[in-house]
Design a protein around this ligand. Structure first.
Ligand SMILES: [Zn+2]
Length: 136
């Protein structure tokens, strides 16, 4: 028995298997091509959390006393903390800066909220802080 007689069936079977493989591969590519490409949003993406001023794109200004007074306690005139307002650090600092500026300009009272604005819609409930204080 010559060596080619042994090798030939082997190679022929190999060839067959590769052709099978290749046809399988080509059909799988075809299936893939037939899949409609649907552009969908990432279903796992989280909703972007934004503070009320960033969401509404309102820029606090010392002349907008009515807006600033909504960040003030009606009882003491104290500026609500970030745990109540839920503002981001940047906006909270800006609001506090503008309130101090307005108070310095005599536009806003320091130890009370202007009674004119008592009936304004409340943006926050100081009794129920968005982020509970760690000493409560
Ligand atoms: Zn913000």
């Amino acid at each position: 028995m010559s060596i080619t007689n042994i090798i030939r069936p082997l190679t022929s079977s190999l060839k067959r298997s590769t052709t099978i493989l290749s046809t399988k591969f080509s059909t799988s590519i075809k299936d893939h091509d037939n899949d409609p490409v649907v552009d969908i949003d990432n279903p796992f993406s989280k909703e972007k959390v934004q503070c009320i001023l960033c969401k509404t794109k309102i820029v606090p200004d010392y002349k907008n006393v009515q807006l600033l007074s909504q960040f003030q306690s009606p009882y003491t005139g104290r500026i609500y903390g970030r745990h109540i307002t839920g503002l981001c650090k940047y906006q909270q600092e800006k609001v506090e800066k503008e309130i101090v500026k307005a108070q310095g300009a005599g536009l806003m009272p320091t130890y009370l909220k202007n009674p004119e604005f008592f009936k304004d819609p409340k943006l926050f409930d100081s009794e129920k802080p968005l982020r509970p204080h760690r000493f409560e």
